[in-house]
Design a protein around this ligand. Sequence first.
Ligand code: ADP
Length: 292
Amino acid sequence: MVRERLEDLLRERRMVFDPEAELARAESDEQRPVATAPGPSVLETRNLEVYYGHFQALRSVSLAIAARQITAIIGPSGCGKSTLLRCFNRMNDMIPSFRAAGEVLFEGRNIYERAMDVVDVRRRIGMVFQKPNPFPKPVYENVAFGARINGYEGRLDEIVERALRQAALWDEVKDKLRHNALALSGGQQQRLCIARALAIEPEVILMDEPCSALDPVATLKIEDLMRELARDYTIVIVTHNMQQAARVSDWTAVMMMADDRAGEMVELGATREVFTNPRDKRTEDYITGRFG
Ligand code: ADP
């Protein structure tokens, strides 16, 4: 049943994540580690607990994010996926009722340590949001924005072009760099936001439902782009779309809500394993559509 459903999911779209093909490609590609085990992890949570006021949103979440691979976080709405993602670059700090315990290690160091430079954490761990949120400014300024703040003033043209090329947007906007970014299509705006994140040379890109506001064609472009970017960057994507997780990710983390609605990590495994041979009954029920 689970296997049939996965095969349906995989057949449905052309961009299938095929571990055998990926493995063959990775072996001939030194930049990308072979996807047989999580390998070196860039980010790790250890017994992470999150509260909003008295409400516990995450309970004892421990997981490792593999370097230069794509990890998808899936699970029913409200199980804490975005909360977890936002802990990876301290984006929750802005929420007054937010409180965290446990550790979030980035390259071995707890980013919740008092001495941590949060601005530097957010520079190295970029974020792309659900709705494209370009500034109402020219395309060029959108990409140059973070680079200007981070003191790359002298080489802005080069940085803007590189980031737009990396985001597979350069050819579409190179003659519109002075146009207002809000005139671009939704899919172009989202790729512009990815370019904006790339311009400051992050190591990790967090994506919170990056395609949920996009049509299927624009979605496929972003998914293609993610596979391309995973050669150089570590990507964590939150998605409620299981087909998307199956298509793009190397690793899938499944979250669920306990009876008191606190989010828990149910399993983390190679994407094909999780979809065809889940270890946890709750994962099986979820991916076969029995609930969620
Ligand atoms: P998901 O991304 O899986 O849908 P979220 O991380 O958005 O889940 O939310 C997890 C839980 O935390 C939900 O019960 C949600 O209502 C609660 N929550 C999220 N953000 C806040 C907030 N800023 N203040 C209070 N509760 C919040």
